[in-house]
Design a protein around this ligand. Structure first.
Ligand SMILES: [Mg+2]
Length: 253
């Protein structure tokens, strides 16, 4: 397999499953780091800050600079700062999104926002959803960190951010803008910030509909790992194929 400069790893289902590290992925990352290659981590999860994720990875024996961690919250905040400079934002989201918006110096309001930024919130209330429906009907733009409908948990699937975003869309009739994978914003920020060429970039992930499709849409090489959401046989039946398949990242070493 070809060598790359920017190895972009999805996290859940690729590097870990819930709280448990995937040993073959950890070994692969150690192998890259031993060659002087510091990978990137690209997650749709909007709940956590870079520091939260850095700590979680450290507990799995992965030492990762914060700047290599890209979340859909960071990309959402950077998108708003770039395209809607000076506009006010109502944040429906947890500390990952709140901190990312604050870090860009974006004015945050609780009433009459120019933009509603929506990420997954575990303590979401009917009233909060009702209020953002009114905001959007009164002209606010609707930007969603990510569109994941469901999240795999031990007990089954739990509602993801996309389920709540679609609920709001059903009421307002306004199409939201999605920032997370399969939209290319996170990869674009990495490329812009570090000056990579697309041929130097590789997206590695378990979820065909997000990780593989974002790589294909963005025009970079992709690796599907069979350690998470989408099974390898399902991927093989798709018309648009990843560049590589592996059962685990041990197959690459
Ligand atoms: Mg995943």
């Amino acid at each position: 397999m070809k060598a790359y400069k920017a190895y972009c790893f999805d996290l859940d289902g690729t590097v870990y499953r819930g709280a448990a590290a995937i040993p073959e992925a950890v070994a692969f990352i150690h192998h890259l780091q031993a060659q002087g290659i510091e990978p990137f981590y690209v997650t749709n999860n909007a709940k956590y800050t870079q520091l939260d994720i850095q700590k979680k990875l450290a507990a799995m024996d992965l030492v990762v600079p914060e700047a290599r961690i890209m979340t859909s919250s960071i990309a959402t905040a950077k998108y708003i700062a770039k395209h809607y400079r000076g506009q006010s934002v109502k944040v429906l989201g947890q500390q990952g999104l709140q901190q990312a918006i604050a870090a860009e110096g974006i004015p945050v309001v609780t009433e009459n926002p120019d933009i509603v930024a929506q990420g997954l919130t575990m303590n979401i209330s009917y009233e909060a959803l009702e209020d953002v429906c009114y905001d959007i009907q009164h002209g606010a733009k609707h930007i969603a960190t990510n569109g994941d409908i469901k999240l795999p948990k031990e007990q089954g699937f739990a509602p993801g951010n996309g389920s709540f975003v679609q609920l709001v869309q059903n009421v307002t009739g306004v199409e939201p803008l999605y920032i997370g994978k399969p939209a290319p914003h996170m990869l674009e920020i990495i490329r812009d910030s570090f000056g990579f060429e697309k041929e130097d970039m590789l997206m590695i992930g378990d979820n065909y509909d997000t990780d593989i499709l974002v790589g294909i849409a963005y025009g970079i090489d992709t690796v599907h790992v069979d350690t998470g959401v989408t099974r390898q046989e399902t991927v093989k039946a798709k018309s648009a194929q990843p560049t590589y398949y592996v059962k685990t990242l041990a197959d690459w070493l």
